[in-house]
Design a protein around this ligand. Structure first.
Ligand code: SIN
Length: 490
């Protein structure tokens, strides 16, 4: 169905129509025939189309990035920072358009999309400044007639694959440090949310980013992914997405021994102790669990509540969850959008059915929403078995399953019983417990008495099978820099 028939594009209501691009961006040119439909998950209407490019076009993008590299990495850090700063300013100037485009293709409520644009742009600002602080080292040499220095240099051409759940921020969190460090990039955004990525390229050009420094390609994931992981001209590969796909792509990278960073699936435990501020814990659980309709890697996935406050917390959380407003994100008042597709809905239903089949009780939700399609009611389940499917797998949907625990030792056992290690949360008013639990949780990030841990200033990433490397913070730029030791004989 064309947009004329569904009016999807009209409904977005862009102030700047040229931010909507249906072609890929390679070497500063818009290329490719738009042939693949992109749909709004809230309405299933077609927003537009994108090109279905493959191996040869990806190789052309890599060639463009390789050709642009020498000049770009020779630019002073301050010049790269200036472009990144301008890019962020343009994103904020067009925040409303970018947010509306994102909501239309991804489904998240408009308020969350606006927030994501600000969050995303902050990575440009931050890493532009960090580029100015890429200091090397001098090392005291073991002989008086020798000198040793460490230089930090850009790794080279970066291949990046980004997901649909944060269509803009997951790009800027990779492209920002990469470009700031002096690398050039070939990016494959999710085919479900390409327009946010392509709009960024429009603004990149306006900010003064030279051709070839950022190239964006859409199409079949397999051939594009193969070039990005196997082409020897690519020095570094970065991926955000599922753990099984990340493992496969990382293995492909080893044929040419690339630098790899991976931000993969989570299975975040959320612990509520007897001594917690229950109101704060319930508010934190709502933020962590229901942000983006439960479709974030850091969403609380398993909620463990201590015996003494179990009933009170369950009641409070169910009350808050039942106040969430389900609907089309563009409607404005919505706080819960649709799930991204039918497969996501099936997974949510399977997790709920498994929990209920093993003795859980639904306090609210546990059914498809009256909006139809992939809308699902915000759900709170109590008396979930400790080994229920939803405690073992990431649900990626609006389902809060509550499991009971008796003491701190058991809480940590439950929490750490996972191969995932991205984010964990705990609520307690005991200072001593907050330290013990923060240190005992085998996770890359811990939210202590908070459900929100995402900011450009802090390192984002996981341990175990949740990934390799960190994004954001002063550490994030290191993923795009190589160390070179220089020995001087006097
Ligand atoms: C993610 O879900 O991968 C990212 C979430 C965030 O940045 O907060």
């Amino acid at each position: 169905m064309a947009d004329g028939e569904t009016g999807e594009l009209g409904r977005i209501g862009l102030q700047r129509a040229d931010l909507f691009r249906q072609q890929c961006y390679i070497n500063g040119k818009w290329v490719g025939e738009p042939t693949v439909d992109v749909r709004n998950p809230a309405t299933r209407g077609v927003i537009g189309r994108i090109p279905d490019l493959g191996k040869s076009e990806t190789e052309a993008a890599v060639a463009a990035a390789a050709a642009a590299l020498p000049k770009w990495k020779a630019e002073p850090a301050a010049a790269r920072a200036k472009i990144l700063r301008k890019w962020n300013e343009l994103m904020l100037k067009h925040q409303e358009d970018l947010a509306r485009l994102m909501t239309a293709e991804q489904g998240k409520p408009l308020a969350e999309a606006r927030g994501e644009i600000a969050y995303a742009g902050a990575f440009f600002e931050w890493f532009g400044e960090e580029a100015k602080r890429v200091y090397g080292d001098t090392i005291p040499a073991p002989a008086s007639d020798r000198r040793i220095m460490v230089l930090k240099q850009p790794v080279g051409v970066v291949g990046a694959i980004t997901p649909w759940n944060f269509p803009t921020a997951m790009i800027t969190r990779k492209v920002g440090p990469g470009i700031a460090a002096g690398c050039t990039v070939v990016l494959k955004p999710s085919e479900l949310t390409p327009y946010s990525a392509l709009a960024l390229a429009v603004l990149a050009e306006e900010a003064g980013l030279p051709p070839g420094v950022l190239n964006i390609i859409t199409g079949d994931a397999e051939p594009i992914g193969r070039v990005l992981t196997e082409d020897p001209r690519i020095a570094k590969f970065t991926f955000t997405g599922s753990t099984p796909v990340g493992k496969k792509l990382a293995a492909q990278c080893m044929g040419t021994v690339k630098r790899v960073s991976l931000e993969l699936g989570g299975n975040a435990p959320f612990l509520v102790f007897d001594d917690a501020d229950l109101e704060a814990a319930a508010a934190g659980a709502i933020i962590s669990k229901f942000r983006n309709t439960g479709q974030t890697c850091v969403c609380a996935n398993r909620i463990y509540v201590q015996d003494g406050v179990y009933d009170a917390f369950a009641k409070l959380l169910a009350e808050k969850a039942s106040n969430l407003v389900v609907g089309d994100g563009l409607a404005g008042v919505t706080t819960q959008g649709p799930l991204i597709n039918a497969k996501a809905l099936e997974k949510v239903e399977a997790h709920v059915a498994d929990a209920l089949g093993h003795g859980a009780k639904a306090l609210t939700g546990a059914a498809r929403d009256s909006h139809g399609g992939t809308f699902y009611q915000p759900t709170v389940l109590r008396d979930v078995a400790p080994d229920a499917l939803l405690t073992r797998e990431e649900t990626f949907g609006p389902v809060a399953g509550l499991v009971r625990f008796k003491d701190e030792t058991q809480a940590l056992q439950f929490a750490n019983n996972s191969r995932a290690g991205l984010a964990a949360y705990a609520f307690t008013q005991s200072l001593a417990r907050s330290w013990r639990v923060s240190e005992g949780l085998e996770y890359g990030m811990v939210g202590m008495n908070t459900g929100l841990i995402s900011t450009e200033v802090s390192p984002f990433g996981g341990v175990k099978e949740s990934g390799v490397g960190r994004e954001g913070s002063k550490y994030g730029i290191d993923e795009y820099l190589d160390l070179k030791a220089v020995f001087v004989q006097l």
